[in-house]
Structures are given as C-alpha cells and as structure tokens.
Design a protein around this ligand. Structure first.
Ligand code: ATP
Ligand code: TYD
Length: 240
C-alpha cells in the first residue's frame, strides 16, 4: 500500500488517501507544537515514538473490545487506518487535576478526580478550541445524543484500560485527549494516543513523561519520549 494524495496536513500528522477503499495512511511527522501553535519545533524521531505508542495502545484497546481505526503499521511512522468521518470534538478525560483545569478553575494541581472528569472541547483552531457542553454539541449537530452517550462511555472505558496498563508500568495516567469518528451508525476511536496527547507522571518520582517536558522545557524531550515508549510497550503478560 502507498500514500496517494495528501488529504490533510495537521500540526503533527499528515493524512493520505490510498488505493484501498476506505483506507487512509497517517504519517506521524517530527513536528511538535504547543500553546495553540505558538511554540513549534522539529524533533528527530518524535513521530516514530508517538506512532509506536499509539499503535500499541490501539492494539491493546482493540483486543479489549474498543472499536478503533487502527489497521497496521507500514513502517515506523506510517499507520494504516480505517477512514472515518471525524467528529470535531476533543474528548479529554482527567484523573488528576493539571494543565488547563488548574489554570482555569480553583483545583489544586495533583488533586485526585474520582470519578474521572470528561471535558469536551470544540476542535476548531480558529476559535481556539472552546469548551462545549452537551446542549451545545447537540444544538450544533456535532454529534447525535446517542453518539455523545457512546463517546463518553468509550472514553471512560479507554481511561480504565489505559490507566491499568500504565499503572503496571509505574506510570500515572493524569489526563489525555482522544478523538472519535463515525462510519454509519458506528463510533470509532481515531487519531492518536501518544505522549503528545496525554499527561503521564512517573508514579515514584512524579516526573513528567509527556509533552509537558517540551511545553515547559523540563528536560531532554526526545530522551524522555524514547524511554517512555520503551517502558510503555514492554510486554505486560496479564494485561494484554
Ligand atoms: P490537533 O489534533 O493537535 O488539534 P491537528 O488537527 O492539526 O491538531 P493532526 O493530528 O496533525 O491534527 O492531524 C491529523 C488529522 O487527521 C486530524 O484532523 C484528525 O482529526 C484526522 N484523523 C485522524 N484519524 C482519522 C481517520 N481515521 N480518518 C480521517 N481523519 C482522521
Ligand atoms: P489541557 O490541560 O486541557 O491543556 P494544556 O495541555 O494546555 O494544559 O489538556 C489535557 C490533556 O489533553 C493533556 O494531556 C493534553 C491533551 N490535549 C491535547 O492533546 N490536545 C488538545 O488540543 C488539548 C486541549 C488537550
């Protein structure tokens, strides 16, 4: 299979059509951005680490009953996926208060959120991804009530599964963002799940193991991404 036509060039990934029906190739590029694109760099091999971790998570979730777009890896930075009609929602699940939740609301960083919070933003860069509520999502017809219910259920299931997998590797799943798409009446998990889209803390040291290292210049981003990718994808017998 080969990339045919560039369909979308996003901030960190490019999406290509292929010669196979309903099948796309996502290229995980080495671009990294933060603060609404205000900070940008190219970090050699970043795409590979994110693709490797995403593929690992999609396969693990798929084996555990979550419907995902993942098909296979063509090479370390090209993922073959099922084409979805993307739903323009950034679905964020939070287990521990951090990031914008702490900046915008009177939560203390590190507070356990039990049950986890689901926050949904509108995926629209021109509007700086404003936060939505269920009524706005339905009124804008971004998703049907049934899709929204399914999305929230899937998001919590992804959180449960990833939280358990990461905990077994000594990593706390603080929060993460996922995206969904539809095929007919079916909702699929799409896009990526990687160090760029999650907040991960080392259980013992509290050290950041994700894009916060880049955002706040906490260390050698690539050395940390490489170590985390190795740590996450190390097989864990009982969980996968
Ligand atoms: P961000 O998600 O960080 O706001 P972006 O929109 O620039 O950034 P990228 O991740 O660089 O996103 O680009 C990937 C694009 O591919 C996104 O628009 C995403 O919604 C889309 N996409 C992901 N999975 C699929 C899929 N299975 N079918 C169709 N489009 C997809
Ligand atoms: P959040 O705390 O809202 O934003 P920030 O990263 O600016 O502090 O992010 C919560 C989690 O969701 C975090 O792990 C990063 C991820 N995320 C994305 O990957 N893309 C996004 O557009 C947003 C808003 C969050």
């Amino acid at each position: 299979m080969k990339c045919k036509q560039l369909l979308v060039k996003g901030k960190a990934k490019s999406v290509y059509s292929t010669d196979v029906k309903d099948t796309l190739i996502i290229e995980f590029r080495d671009d990294i951005t933060a603060f609404d694109g205000g900070k940008k760099d190219i970090l050699s091999n970043k795409g590979n680490y994110n693709a490797e971790v995403s593929a690992f998570f999609f396969q693990y979730l798929g084996r555990n009953g979550v419907r995902t777009h993942f098909s296979t890896m063509l090479d370390p930075h090209h993922m073959v996926v099922r084409k979805l009609e993307m739903i323009p929602l950034e679905v964020i699940v939070r287990n521990i208060a951090a990031g914008s939740l702490v900046r915008n609301y009177p939560f203390r960083e590190g507070t356990l959120l039990d049950p986890p919070l689901i926050v949904i933003d509108y995926k629209d860069d021109t509007r700086h991804d404003p936060m939505l509520n269920d009524e706005i999502i339905i009124a804008l017809k971004l998703a049907t009530p049934a899709e929204l219910k399914k999305i929230k259920k899937m998001a919590l299931e992804v959180n449960r599964l990833l939280g358990a997998l990461l905990a077994a590797q000594g990593i706390t799943l603080v929060d993460f963002k996922i995206e969904f798409g539809r095929r007919g009446k079916m909702v699929y998990l799409g896009d990526e799940i990687s160090m760029d889209s999650m907040r991960l803390w080392d259980k013992t040291t509290g050290e950041s193991l994700d894009k916060d290292v880049y955002r706040f210049e906490k260390g050698d981003v690539m050395a940390i991404y490489q170590k985390v990718a190795e740590r996450i994808t190390a097989p864990i017998k009982d969980l996968i």
